[in-house]
Design a protein around this ligand. Sequence first.
Ligand SMILES: [Zn+2]
Length: 63
Amino acid sequence: MDEQKLVCVKCREPLVQGDVTLSYMGSNFPVKLPKCPRCGLVYIPEALATGKMQQVEAALEDK
Ligand SMILES: [Zn+2]
């Protein structure tokens, strides 16, 4: 999947990698995600809900 080709569904602006804060299990995690520079819409890949979140949980357990 080529993330460079993602565009905002509202503005049709190309999404840019930006700093996004995810809230998960009561904690905030800074991550880089494709984001619309105009309206701020964040594209969250489906893999994030499965793979990445498991990494987040692992990171939590390390602390
Ligand atoms: Zn937008």
